[in-house]
Structure formats: C-alpha cells, structure tokens
Design a protein around this ligand. Sequence first.
Ligand SMILES: C[S@@+](CC[C@H](N)C(=O)[O-])C[C@H]1O[C@@H](n2cnc3c(N)ncnc32)[C@H](O)[C@@H]1O
Length: 343
Amino acid sequence: MTTKAQSTTSDPNMGLIADHLWAYGRTRALHAATELGLFDALTAGPLSAAALAKALRSTERGVRMLGDALCALSLLEKSKGGYALNATSRAFLVSTSPGYMGPMILHTRLHDHAWANLAETVRTGKPTQTVDLESGGREFFPKLVASIFAPSFGASTLARTALAPRIQEKVVDVLDVAGGSGAWSMPWAIANPAVRVTLLDYEEVFPVAREFADRFGVADRFAYKAGNLRKVGFGRAKFDLVLLGHICHSEGRNWSEKLIRKSAEALRPGGVLVIGEFIPNDSRTGPINAQLFGLNMLVNTAEGDVFTLPEYRAWMKQAGLSNIRKLDLGASGPDIVVGVKKG
Ligand SMILES: C[S@@+](CC[C@H](N)C(=O)[O-])C[C@H]1O[C@@H](n2cnc3c(N)ncnc32)[C@H](O)[C@@H]1O
C-alpha cells in the first residue's frame, strides 16, 4: 500500500502530516478487530456488516465502520457476500493459522503508557520502564515471549532454509541466547532429530519454552541454562550454531558488542552466528519500522537501540567471524545477519 507518508516529493506535503497524525488509528483498528475476533468470524466465508455484527455481538454501525477501515488498510476485501479475508489476514490474523500474530498485536498495548511519555523520555533520557535491566526484564519478558513466538519462529525458519544445506547439516549443538519461547532454535530441532539445544535465559520464561517444545515434540532435546546473559559464560568452542534472536536491540551498543564476542567464542570453528534484528539503513533514515522500533527501545530500555549492518559487521569481524552477510529474505522479510567462525 502506498501512502502519502511515502511520497518523495520535495514540495511541502500536508497529507504526510495527516498520515502520521492518524497513524495510531491503524494500530487501534488492528487491536479492536483482533480483540473482537473479527478475522476469525470470516474464516467460513464473507459476511455482510449485519451478519458480522451478529457474530461479534456488536453494533452494525460499529462493525461496518471498522470493516470499511480494515478494507482501506488492505486487511479485508469486499466481495459480493460482504467483508472477506485477504491473503494477509488469512495468513497472520486468523487464530488457527500457524503464523497468527494476534498475541503480539494485543501485547503491543502494554507499550501505550511508555509511548505516551515519549517527549518526556527524549527530554530527560529516562525511559518509562527498563526491560534491559534484570529488575524490569524478569517481570516483563515472560509476558512478551509467547506473544512473539509466531513471528520469531517464522523468521528463524526462513533463516534456516536460506542457509546452504551443507551448513544446515553440520549443526548439532545449538545455543539459543535469550531464547525466550525457543522460537529461534525450535525450527532447527524440528528439522533435524540430531540437534540438541541449550536455551539461555531468565528462568521465568522457561515454562513458555517447555510448552512449545512439548507441542513440537522436541522437549527431550532442550536443556535450560538460567541466568543473566551479561554474567553467565557461554563456554568455548562448544556449539555449531549460536542464535541471538531479538536481543541486541534491548541490550544496547556496549552489551551487544560483548554479546557477539561471547557468542563467537562459544562457536566451534566453522560454526555459525545468526542474529535476528530490526536493521535501519546505513544513514538511519529508514525503513520506518526499524526507526520506530528504535524509539520503542528509547521508551522501554536504558540503553537499547537499533544498529546498522556496518555496525554488526564490524562487531562480528572483530569477534573473529567471516563471511558476514544479511540474508536475502525479500523486501518484507525479517532482518537476519549471519557470520561464520573462522576455521
Ligand atoms: C525480545 S525477547 C526475544 C525472545 C526470543 N529470542 C525471540 O526472539 O522470540 C528477549 C529475551 O531475552 C531475555 N533476556 C533479556 N535480558 C536478559 C538477560 N540480561 N539475561 C538473560 N535473558 C535476558 C528475555 O527474558 C527474553 O526471553
């Protein structure tokens, strides 16, 4: 969908301001439709506003206006029979789909308060909460990790298949640093019965990981190492694959660099480091979602940020990795950087 916000004109653009001003309406429409179960109600086929309103125990006027807005947002279509799912809503917004993003969508409401204080955080440098510190993280992350399982699992599955088969086949011992639900290591364990995973995280998230490991039938190959990743050792030359899934952004510059060094040390020669992140362009002027995720770190962490590919490349090279590259997973694919430990 092209918006006025994406216009490249150098003329003054009032539409751009209007786009940004009303952007929160997009978020709210997505929240409301998810909360109401609107997408689920359309799985059997299109429904008129009246029929959809009945199914959702809501008013026809409200459902019609929300449904029309979702069409404008390219999340629904209108067919002869009424409102209908499209490819995107069917894949990501229906609760029976493996890619369902509903828990993550609803989770983002927890950030409302932090974002409402953005100006104050910019002024004082003090975030509303500090999930990067142990005191904040142990409470916050167990709530987060289950909600981001589907997108993380999807990203890791894409990353694994994008790596050459000879790399995939060599992986037996996996360290999933800040593993959370185990979403980054699970595709590896599912694909190869020889894979053994060590998941390092706060013990508070382990029940979530255990539940997913049970569900996928890989529980007997998951071991858990509890502790603060800033304090516990990762070992030396013990793993064929180290996963850093969505952790560098909340750790910030200094700790990310150290984390990459510790991860590289933990790899055997020829082993692979996979980093899943939100990566802005080199001049930090886009893409919009990466830059907004950076602001999300400003309001939620003491040191978090987003980092460019040259920054990751420099840290990885310094740590003794080579063949460092961002995987080509398409324009809307996740940002994943990989590097190989020199032999
Ligand atoms: C954004 S979640 C990512 C989880 C998972 N890797 C994923 O991408 O779905 C960050 C994870 O890092 C863990 N974490 C954050 N700071 C940590 C620390 N200092 N020590 C250990 N675990 C930490 C959290 O508990 C959480 O599971």
